[in-house]
Design a binder for this molecule. Structure first.
Ligand code: PLP
Length: 439
């Protein structure tokens, strides 16, 4: 490794092959590790908290497929359910019993959801939520918040977090001006800006879409009263409130962020944890709104593989194993990590703010915790990069971008947490040394 924290490894032959046939060598931008100046990690297999790369090196994995794996890798009940389902056929493109069962479980667990539409990705869920809001209200304007990432549909690719923020893209090429002309972007946690916008344009707004706990610009919890304000002003003006719970759904608790903060949206998008690593996501909400979807209503949405029986079986296994005790345990582990890591950075002389919200956490290299995208971007990305590389060297995989949150799973037991903390100790000292030599 060089002093800049840049890995100068000979590229693995698979990466050399990958760049020939896959743009950038990957199928999703953050996997390139460009934000941390490293070669991509090539995964071979995973077990519990551990991920093994193609060289056989073992990592304690805090990415966990970007939050999809709340039980860790290859959790037996999920694998068994998927295996049972797959032997009956991989797809029918017809209604199956599993879809009804899964929808019933989601309705039972997520307080504001009365009806569900299953889709294949979070992007599809949020894209459909936007179209449904516009179709239901007969209005065009959508309000989103800077640094919140809602997938890659055109209308939502304005000032997005996650990979868009990581790679420093303003949005995306190829998004026509017209597609974002009806998207208004406000700063996260800025109640005043929301009130003002509704005062001037309230009757034009179809919906406000928000990550109720922002997790794609690092982790930024909602300021006290922020979600309540969104609920109040949208209701007052006949606009819908969409909670994008693709990360927070089944992650912050069985009922997601809406249950934790007791603020009920009109529509909810779910993904990640729901599928236990299988490609499935969902849009749910009040029956009156959901019934505006085809075939009952005028808002079109469809999918050849929607409600895929293997993914559905896996999702049912996930939800059936989400005992309330899971969340108590994960919250305990997250606070233990935060409490143990803070003095380590302090001792190393690296200013950090460790932000947590229930079972979610992230490390910002900045002395004060950020509250929005502007303050999140002001964090020291170089320090994160160096710390990331030092941790990777020691067999700990953190999110390969300062803009992503860390994911602790049920499989991260005492041993893994202790190893992580031990590694952080020497990695923080090494990172501080590199920082002072390059300043
Ligand atoms: N919404 C949120 C909050 C997300 O974090 C993501 C993905 O990271 C998405 C939507 C898009 O989901 P997918 O990557 O499954 O399309």
């Amino acid at each position: 490794m060089s002093d800049t924290g840049q890995q100068s490894l000979n590229q693995h032959p698979l990466i050399q092959r990958a760049v020939v046939t896959l743009p950038g060598g990957v199928n999703s931008p953050v996997r390139s590790f460009a934000a941390v100046g490293s070669d991509p990690l090539v995964a071979a297999h995973g077990r519990g908290a551990y991920l093994f790369d193609v060289n056989g090196k073992k990592y304690i994995d805090f990415v966990q497929s970007w939050g999809a794996l709340i039980f860790g890798h290859a959790y037996p009940p999920i694998i068994e359910a998927a295996n049972r389902a797959i032997s009956n056929g991989t797809s029918f493109g017809l209604l199956t019993e599993g879809e009804v069962e899964l929808a019933e479980r989601i309705v039972e667990m997520v307080p504001s959801v009365e009806k569900v539409r299953l889709v294949n990705s979070g992007t599809e869920a949020t894209m459909t939520a936007v179209r449904l809001s516009r179709g239901f209200t007969n209005r065009d304007l959508i309000v989103k918040f800077e640094g919140c990432y809602h997938g890659h549909s055109d209308a939502l690719l304005a000032s997005a977090g996650s990979g868009v923020a990581t790679l420093g893209l303003a949005g995306s090429a190829g998004v026509p001006k017209g597609s974002v002309a009806d998207t208004v972007v406000l700063p996260y946690n800025d109640e005043e800006a929301v009130e003002q916008l509704f005062l001037s344009d309230g009757e034009l707004i179809a919906a406000v879409i928000v990550e109720p706990v922002a997790a794609n610009m690092g982790l930024i919890p909602p300021a006290e009263g922020f979600l309540e304000t969104l609920r109040r002003v949208t209701s007052q003006h006949g606009a819908l409130l969409i909670f994008d719970e693709v990360i927070t759904g089944f992650r912050l608790g069985r009922g997601g962020a809406q249950d934790k903060f007791n603020v009920m949206p009109d529509l909810t998008t779910l993904g990640k944890v729901l599928g236990g690593g299988f490609p499935i996501a969902a849009l749910g909400g009040r029956a009156e709104i959901m019934d505006a979807l085809a075939p009952l209503g005028p808002v079109y949405q469809a999918g050849t593989l929607a409600g895929n029986p293997v993914a559905v079986a896996a999702a049912i296994a996930v939800l059936d194993n989400l005992d309330p005790a899971v969340y108590t345990m994960l919250e305990g582990r997250v606070s233990l990590l935060a409490n143990e890591l803070e003095p380590i950075f302090e001792e190393a002389g690296l200013p950090v703010a460790i932000q947590t919200c229930g079972t979610l956490m992230s490390i910002f290299f900045k002395d004060a915790p950020p509250s929005d995208y502007r303050t999140a971007k002001a964090c020291d990305a170089c320090a994160y990069k160096t710390f990331f590389i030092e941790m990777l060297d020691r067999g700990v995989l953190l999110p390969p971008s300062p803009m992503e949150s860390m994911f602790v799973s049920v499989a991260h037991e005492r041993d893994e947490l202790e190893k992580m903390i031990d590694s952080a100790h020497s990695a923080a000292i090494a990172a501080a040394r590199i920082a002072s030599s390059t300043n």
